[in-house]
Design a binder for this molecule. Structure first.
Ligand SMILES: *Cc1c(COP(=O)(O)O)cnc(C)c1O
Length: 363
């Protein structure tokens, strides 16, 4: 079997050109006589890889100069603790609950301060987004946390809330693990954004943190040094050994993004891919997606078969058609197609063709 279309939620599909380039450089990077994972992180070869990756990411995401880009480890889940360790100052934080990931963030932050719920869509089964005007944010809030794209429930903010317009001066923290680089970011509305790399940027092991400078330097005393944003920033993400190979791979992905028109072009592609798949689901009598149309994710599309006894047959047929990892998250069941940047339109076309074909055989 050749390479298939891979709909995994993460770790997820990588651009094939990037994998090929990494393969060709595996044994000897640019005539250095060593592979990237064998290099000292302090040597000039790796420093050049790191600096290029950071500059490319800053350009791609249009990150303003007063934001630091940190390459960390621990994944999105570690940031659920690292963010309050750095930003809470032991005070209160407000969370908007829109699915499993924001729920997890809220629960973890409670270890470090008072973690409140500003709004929750749980009563709707996490199929809607609570309107920002209804959020209950305390006047003493240290920050407001949202998950920009709920990878499991398939719910996405298509516009970041403007907290200032709600009379709130607290910074907005965004978990953008599963939609980073799929669309532009309005940094004027963001204090800090974080995400694991393994959904849309590269291999697992790298965690991206982009944080406004004035939010750095307020870590709690018991914050581990390696997780203190100030130490990480002051040491160019090399306070301790960074995930060098994952940074290199993400850097290749950034170059691939630039070659393909940058984030604006990616966004257009992602809109087209998502439209194709949601149209297929909405026009069918077999498939259903329960998320409100105004907040459906462009990246993660959960769907169900109205006849759930056909789930195994659907997945087996998909695998035979070279369409992999479509099984839904165990907490919600059904199916999920993750269609990140590296999923080509042809992959979604192949999925839609299979879904139509499968539906016909059910008649
Ligand atoms: C995958 C994911 C996480 C968890 O990332 P880890 O790297 O496993 O810690 C957190 N938030 C969101 C939105 C995710 O999609």
């Amino acid at each position: 079997m050749g390479r298939a279309f891979n709909f995994s939620a993460g770790p997820a599909v990588m651009p094939e050109a990037v994998l090929q380039q990494a393969a060709s450089e595996m044994l000897d990077w640019h005539g250095s006589g060593m592979g990237v994972m064998e290099m000292s992180h302090r040597g000039k070869e790796f420093i050049s890889i790191y600096e290029q990756a950071e500059a490319d990411l800053r350009e791609l995401l249009a990150v303003p100069a007063h934001f630091k880009i940190l390459f960390m480890q621990g994944g999105g889940l570690a940031e659920n603790a690292i963010v309050p360790l750095n930003l809470s100052q032991g005070g209160a934080m407000d969370f908007v609950l829109t699915g499993s990931w924001s729920q997890k963030s809220h629960k973890e932050a409670g270890k470090y301060g008072s973690a409140r719920v500003a709004a929750s869509a749980q009563a709707d089964g996490f199929t809607t987004l609570p309107a920002p005007a209804t959020w209950q944010i305390g006047a003493d809030s240290r920050y407001v946390h949202i998950c920009g794209n709920e990878t499991i429930h398939g719910v996405e903010f298509h516009e970041l809330p403007e907290l200032k317009a709600l009379g709130c001066d607290a910074p907005l923290v965004v978990d953008f693990s599963s939609h980073v680089a799929s669309r532009p970011v309005d940094w004027s509305r963001v204090g800090l954004a974080f995400g694991g790399a393994q959904k849309n940027l590269g291999p697992a092991g790298l965690t991206l943190v982009i944080v406004r400078e004035d939010l750095i330097g307020h870590a709690l005393l018991h914050c581990p040094s390696a997780f203190d944003y100030k130490l990480v920033a002051d040491n160019q993400s090399m306070y301790n050994t960074p995930p060098t190979y994952s940074i290199y791979m993400a850097g290749l992905v950034f170059q691939w993004l630039k070659q393909h028109g940058g984030i604006a072009a990616m966004e257009q592609r992602n809109i087209a891919k998502a439209q194709l798949l949601y149209d297929c689901i909405d026009s069918s009598a077999l498939y259903i997606n329960k998320v409100s149309k105004n907040c459906r994710s462009r990246m993660n599309v959960p769907f169900f078969l109205r006849d759930e006894s056909r789930n195994d047959a659907f997945l087996a047929g998909a695998k035979a058609a070279n369409l992999l990892q479509l099984k839904g998250h165990k907490s919600v069941g059904g199916m999920r197609a993750s269609i990140y940047n590296a999923m080509p339109l042809e992959g979604v076309q192949a999925l839609v063709a299979y879904m139509r074909e499968f539906e016909k055989t059910q008649a």
